[in-house]
Design a protein around this ligand. Structure first.
Ligand code: GLV
Ligand code: MN
Ligand code: MN
Length: 424
C-alpha cells in the first residue's frame, strides 16, 4: 500500500533508530545482542532509558524488580493512567528491536509533546519492563507480573547458570525483594495498557503492510525436563542393552513436533538441549531439555501438554529411562480489548493506513498486565522474512515513523475517564 510518509514524524523515527543502536551497546557478549536480567549491561541500559525519560519531561522511578517507570503528568489528577511500554532485556544473541521499540517510541513521542507544552487530561506512564524473556532465571515477565501483582515469590529461588539465586542477584543490584508486592498497580489505576512491538513474524511483511492491530496473545506453558539413563562405554555396550538418555529425549522431541504439527497455531519448541558431561565416547546418561508449548486456544494447549506428558511416560517406560518434567511457567492467552482495538483502527484510518488485525504467537508484557487492565497492541512490520530472536531482526525507519504517528493520534483521541464504563 502507498503511505504518505510526509505525515510521519521522521525526526522522532530518526531518534528512535539512533537510540535502538545506542542501547545495543549495553550487551553482555561482544558482537551479540545479549542483555539478561540485572547483569551490568542490563543495569547500564536501565540508566540510559531513565535519562532519556527525564529528558522527555517525565518523572522517573525504579520499582523493586528493576522496572524503570517514566510518568508524564496530565492535567486531571484523578484520571487513571494510560500505560504503555515493553521490555529491555533480550534473548541471547537476539535482535535490537524486540521490546525496545515499545519503550523508545513513546519516550520520543512524549518528548515532542513536552517540547510543544502539550498535556493530556490523564497521565501517561512508559514502563521499561526489566524482564520479559525469562532467559537468566527461567522465569519470564518478572517486570510486568510485578506490576500486575502476579509475581510469584517462588521464582526468587531460581538460579542462573552460575548458581546465583534471583534473590541474591536482586540484592546485589540494590533492589529490595521484600518490596515487590508494593510494585503492584492499584486496581482501577490503569485506564489501559497499550504495547507497541515488532511483529516478530512475516504476516505484515508478506502483505506489504507496515502496521497491524493485535487481536489476542497466545498462551504458553514451559517446562524443564531431565532424562536419566545409564552412562556407559560407547564402544562396548550393545545397542539393545543401552539406557540412553539422549535417545529418549530425541524420541520425545519428535513426538512434540508431531503432536504440535496437528493443529494450526499450536507450536512446541525444545530450545535447550544439554548433555551434562557428555563426550564422544560416552553413552549419554543425563539430558536436560526445555519445552515451550503455545497456542491461541488454551484448551488446545492444555490437551497437547496432557498428551506430551503421557508420551514422556510411555517412552521412558519402554526405554527404562527415568524422567522429571517440571512446569516453570504457564500463562493463559490474553484477548485485546475490543474498544482499544477500535481505537487503533480509528487512528490507522486517520493516518491513512490499511487496518489489518492479527493474533500474536509471541508472548508480551501486555498479557501479564491483562490481569489488571484492558490491553491492546500495535505491531510494526519486521524485515528479513520477519525473523526475530535472531541478530538478523530488522525494522524500517519509515515503519517506526508511521507507528509513532499512529501512537500519537491514538493518545490524542484517548479518553481515560470514559474507560471505566467500557465493556469488552
Ligand atoms: C518472548 O519473546 C516470547 O514470546 O517468548
Ligand atoms: Mn522476545
Ligand atoms: Mn518482546
Amino acid at each position: 500500500m502507498s503511505i504518505n510518509f510526509n505525515q510521519a514524524k521522521s525526526a522522532i523515527a530518526t531518534e528512535i533508530m539512533e537510540r535502538l543502536h545506542l542501547l545495543a551497546q549495553h550487551t553482555e557478549q561482544d558482537g551479540m545482542m545479549t542483555r539478561t536480567y540485572l547483569t551490568p549491561a542490563h543495569r547500564g541500559a536501565a540508566g540510559q532509558i531513565a535519562a532519556w525519560m527525564r529528558d522527555a519531561g517525565m518523572s522517573v522511578r525504579r520499582d523493586a524488580v528493576g522496572n524503570v517507570i517514566g510518568r508524564y503528568e496530565g492535567t486531571n489528577e484523578k484520571a487513571p493512567v494510560l500505560m504503555t511500554g515493553s521490555h529491555f532485556d533480550t534473548v541471547r544473541n537476539g535482535g535490537i528491536y524486540d521490546g525496545l521499540l515499545g519503550i523508545l517510541l513513546p519516550i520520543s513521542c512524549i518528548a515532542s509533546w513536552h517540547q510543544a507544552g502539550k498535556r493530556f487530561p490523564f497521565p501517561i506512564e512508559v514502563v521499561a519492563f526489566s524482564e520479559e524473556e525469562g532467559v537468566r532465571f527461567k522465569a519470564p515477565m518478572l517486570g510486568s507480573r510485578a506490576i500486575a501483582g502476579t509475581f510469584e515469590q517462588r521464582v526468587l529461588k531460581h538460579t542462573d547458570d552460575q548458581g546465583l539465586t534471583m534473590l541474591d542477584a536482586m540484592k546485589a543490584a540494590d533492589l529490595d525483594p521484600s518490596q515487590i508486592p508494593a510494585a503492584a498497580a492499584a486496581r482501577g489505576s490503569i485506564a489501559a495498557f497499550v504495547e507497541i512491538h515488532i511483529e516478530q513474524g512475516p504476516v505484515l511483511l508478506n502483505e506489504e503492510l507496515p502496521l497491524g492491530v493485535v487481536t489476542a496473545i497466545a498462551g504458553a506453558t514451559r517446562y524443564m525436563l531431565e532424562f536419566k539413563g545409564v552412562a556407559g562405554h560407547a564402544g562396548t555396550v550393545p545397542m539393545t542393552m543401552r539406557h540412553d538418555a539422549a535417545m529418549a529425549a530425541a524420541e520425545f522431541a519428535l513426538y512434540v513436533e508431531q503432536r504440535c504439527s496437528r493443529i494450526p497455531n499450536l507450536v512446541g519448541t525444545i530450545g535447550q538441549w544439554n548433555v551434562p558431561n557428555g563426550a564422544t565416547n560416552v553413552i549419554p546418561g543425563h539430558v536436560v531439555l526445555s519445552l515451550d508449548v503455545r497456542a491461541g486456544d488454551d484448551a488446545e494447549r492444555l490437551a497437547a501438554t496432557t498428551d506430551i506428558t503421557a508420551e514422556l511416560e510411555r517412552i521412558c517406560v519402554q526405554r527404562d529411562v527415568r524422567s522429571t518434567m517440571k512446569k516453570t511457567y504457564e500463562t493463559s492467552s490474553a484477548v485485546c480489548a475490543d474498544w482499544l482495538q477500535q481505537g487503533w483502527h480509528a487512528a490507522l484510518e486517520r493516518i491513512g493506513c490499511e487496518v489489518r488485525s492479527l493474533p500474536s504467537g509471541a508472548g508480551h508484557d501486555a498479557m501479564a498486565i491483562a490481569a489488571i487492565a484492558p490491553i491492546a497492541m500495535l505491531f510494526v512490520r519486521c524485515g528479513n522474512g520477519g525473523i526475530s530472536h535472531n541478530p538478523l531482526e530488522t525494522m524500517e525507519m519509515q515503519d517506526a515513523a508511521l507507528a509513532a504517528d499512529v501512537f500519537m493520534d491514538f493518545v490524542e483521541h484517548f479518553d481515560a475517564l470514559s474507560t471505566s464504563s467500557k465493556t469488552e
